[in-house]
Design a protein around this ligand. Sequence first.
Ligand code: FEO
Length: 397
Amino acid sequence: MSWSKKITDKVTWVGKVDWELKTFHGDELSTNKGSSYNSYLVRDEKVALIDTVWLPYDKEFVTKLKEEIDLNEIDYIIINHAEIDHSGALPELMREIPDTPIYCTNNGIKSLKGHFHQDWNFVPVKTGDTLELGDSKFVFVEAPMLHWPDTMFTYMTGENILFSNDAFGQHYATEALYNDLVDQGELFAEAIKYYANILAPFSTRVKKKIEEVLALNLPIDLICTSHGVIWRNNPGQIIERYLQWAEDYQENQITIVYESMWEGTRKMAEALASGILQADDDVVVKIMSAAKDDKNDIVTEIFRSKAILLGSSTINNRYLSGIGGLVEMVKGLKFKNKKAAAFGSYGWSGESVKLLSKDLTEAGFEVVDEGIRVLWQPDSDAIKACMAYGKQFAEKV
Ligand code: FEO
């Protein structure tokens, strides 16, 4: 029994499923369901390897690849994207086959040289360039900022496969390999988390690139991503989702994110939620703690929301650090089409609400009013005021 997985007569998955991965991009992104680094071996008259795996698995990758094929039979290496989760095994591989040409974009060459400081046999490609394989060929499509400047897609004729690298991927470890064989709830939860946390800042480019690829009218039977499942059952469904996510996405959801020192701001969050539901019992309301919930799950819920309420106690004339970290992330992700307001309890000066309102505006949210503050612990009148504020907020958004 082989470790590799045959996808079509000509294409074999030769990647690595990483069940243990719990964070990615250092500690910036949680990957609670693990991930995979999908590499593909294409065998026609010519033999090509598309992408490799992350650096810690470089020796394992090359050892196993040798079980699959004599490395000297590999005519071409395609690097769709130079980030080290896909290029990490190149040094180990290139020690074995140092002259093999590496096809990537010009920015890919710069990135690979920057990472590995090697002058390998690079062949730059751009959109529309092709590489003959025999019966089939590759067509390259540059896809800058999906999600690095060097990224490209590789389309394989005959097999009708789009090798999309990061796009349409998920950090989701599975041995099942195909989209129709996994838990659909988990799959789409990981897919939207991936989009919200990685691709959202580039939504305008995502939309344009998808429209450009669709305009080519290429038949697409499989989308072979570099993370998570291969889309074989109705691959158009993930393209459709991406078009929705790239278009100022929102659901009928309001998310309340707070951080609290002595429970006052938490009590405000709960009263606000209750007020929102008095105004609109169809809206989904979620309450999350910036200090205790997974920051990337919070970001995903913000991405899904039409509006958010962001709350913090005041400390040292500012807001708490968990909220501060979240604000930094959200500023970078450039979400659009979302309304917001701030809230918080305080004892002395009470700057947090004003500061959060300013940050929300800078992050691109439409701040609907000056927010709500409560001095010390909310009493029953203050709780009623928060409920009334929540109701009014729901009516505004
Ligand atoms: Fe999966 Fe941008 O690396």
